[in-house]
Design a protein around this ligand. Sequence first.
Ligand SMILES: Cc1cc2nc3c(=O)[nH]c(=O)nc-3n(C[C@H](O)[C@H](O)[C@H](O)COP(=O)(O)O)c2cc1C
Length: 183
Amino acid sequence: MQEMPASKAYRLLEAGPIVLVTTSDEGRPNVMTMGFHMVMQHAPPLIGCVIGPWDHSYKALQASGECVIAIPTVDLARKVVDIGNCSGGEIDKFKRLRLTAKPAKDVTAPLIGQCLANIECRVADRSMIERYNLFILEAVRIWVDAERKERRTLHHRGDGTFVADGKIIDLRERMVLWKQFQD
Ligand SMILES: Cc1cc2nc3c(=O)[nH]c(=O)nc-3n(C[C@H](O)[C@H](O)[C@H](O)COP(=O)(O)O)c2cc1C
């Protein structure tokens, strides 16, 4: 084994699906790219998200307490990177990147029509924001595009390279202790 810097731990662990986070800044929709997120609890469903104060989205999320986590697929890879390389403080990203904003049901932030799934979220716990920029969100509603052909998600390796979802390995029959999570 060769040693690598401890500061690069995220390069080994970041690769959950890259997601887009939409917010509404007093009615103006915005979107950012996010790799630093984790599921924290089944019920109620909690998701931890690191969103830095340098992001315009941070202010909107702090103020509104609401966002949508949208899940893009591999066909949107270039757009995902472009969204994360500009700021809604300067441009209208929905317009510039030709994204379709659709109304959500429980939050003011928009869904993204081009994405495979959209999770409507509310900030559930603000206690980690100041120290870690960590927003703990509760998922309140999920929408999935059942018609979509391309369903492979995209996984950031932390350095601008990505892995596309591949073969599914079905080991459900071995999950003897965890059957309740299979439906
Ligand atoms: C692949 C990728 C992953 C990113 N992950 C995060 C992240 O986890 N947290 C974060 O605060 N910014 C992340 N960023 C940076 C934001 O997406 C970027 O600062 C964005 O432009 C902020 O937009 P806003 O100013 O409109 O909010 C990422 C960018 C890219 C390209």
